[in-house]
Design a protein around this ligand. Sequence first.
Ligand code: PGA
Ligand code: ZN
Length: 421
Amino acid sequence: MTRVAGREVLDCRGLPTVQVEVELEGPIVGTADVPSGRSTGSHEAAELRDGGERFGGFGVLDAVGHVNGDLADALVGRPLPSQRQLDATLVELDGTPDKSRLGANAILGISLAAARAAAQVAGAPLYAHLSSNAHVLPVPLVNLINGGRHASNDLDFQEFIVIPVGADSILEALQISTEVNLALGEILLDRYGKVALNTGDEGGFAPPIGDPVEALGLLHEAVDRAGHSGRFRYGLDCAATHYYDSDTGEYELAGGRRTTEGMIELYQELIRDFAVVTIEDPLDEDDFEGFARLTEASGIQIVGDDLFTTNPERLREGIDRGAANSLLWKVNQIGTLSEALDAAELALRAGYTVVVSERSGETEDPIISDLSVALGAGQIKTGAPVRGERTAKYNRLIKIAEELGRTAVYPGDVFKVPART
Ligand code: PGA
Ligand code: ZN
C-alpha cells in the first residue's frame, strides 16, 4: 500500500462520516464511505464521534486521525494482504472487543476501500471479485412509509415495506415500486393533506398517523391503485427495542401498552390480514426467547437486526435458541468486511436467510449493492426509491444486472432462498 488516507465527509443527514482511500502502486485507488445508523442496536461495534461543539458533537476527526495515523503507519509500505489478513490486522491494532479504541468507522473505511482496491487489481467489479459465481440480483424490500426514529410522526414501527416479488427483473421491480410510491403519494395527499407528503430518513413518506394497521392498509391501497395487485408482498421493521420498557417488560405501542404475548398476537393478525411475509426486530434486542416463540408461531421470515448486530457470536446464540430465521446484514455493525462475511456464512449454513441492508445515515457509496450480489443473498433493504443516497444503490444494481446480462437472475417470489455462491 502506498497511501491510506481518511477524510471527513457528509452523510445524507448532513452529519460527518469517514471516507477512506487505499492506494496501491499503479496507482490504483479504492475508496469507501462509512454509513451510520440512527436506531442502532446496543451491541454494535463502536462508532467514534468527537463530541464537543463541532458539528454538534458528531465530528469524526478522531477516527480520521486514526486512519491517517496508527492505521496508515502500520499498513503503508507493505503489500496489500488478503482481505482476511488485513481485517485481522485491523482488529488486532484496535485491540478492543467493540473497536472502540480506533473506531469501527475508521476500521471499516479501510476494510471496504481495500476490498475495492483488490478488485481493481483483479480487474473485476467488486461483486465478481468476491464471488466468481455471483449472478443473483436481490429483491428489494422497499421502505415506503417511515416511522419510529426515522420520522417525526406517531408511527412506532420504523419501516413499512413493499416487496416486488412479481417483477421479472431488478429494473421492473424498481419501476413497479416507484409506481406504487407515486400512487401512495396521491392517496396520502387526498386523505391527510400536504403534510402527509413529508418524508423520513430513508425517503419513505411519514404521514401523520399512529396505527400500524392503517399504514399497512395504505400500502395495499397504493398497490391496488397502481394496478399491481398480487405482485407485491409486505414487510415490517418494527425496531421494537426503541419502545420497549425494560422496567415493566411491556411495549408502548400506538398509545397503549402490550406484553410480549400481546405483540406476538398483533403480529399474527398482521400476517393473516396483510400478506406480511417478513418482520424485522419485532421484539426487544435481548429477547432471544420471545424471538424464538414468534419464529415458531408465525412461520414467516423473522429478521434479527438489533438482535444480532451482524455479530457471529450473537447470531450463534440465536441459532442455538431458534431465535429468528434471518440475519439483517450491516457491515458497519461489526466493523470489518471479513467478520460480516463470517456472520453471513454462519447464517446461511444454519439455514437462515440474509437481508443485506443500508443504514439510515447513508452516503452515495453503493457498495452494499455489490455485496448483496456477491453473497447471492436474494434480498436487499435500501430505503425508498428516491434520494441520491438510496437511488445510488438501486442504480448500481441496474448496472450490475446489465453487466451480468443473460446470466442475471431476479429471484422474485423465491427471494428467501439464498443462491449458492
Ligand atoms: P438504522 O436503521 O440504520 O437507523 O439503524 C435501519 C434499520 O433499523 O434497519
Ligand atoms: Zn432494523
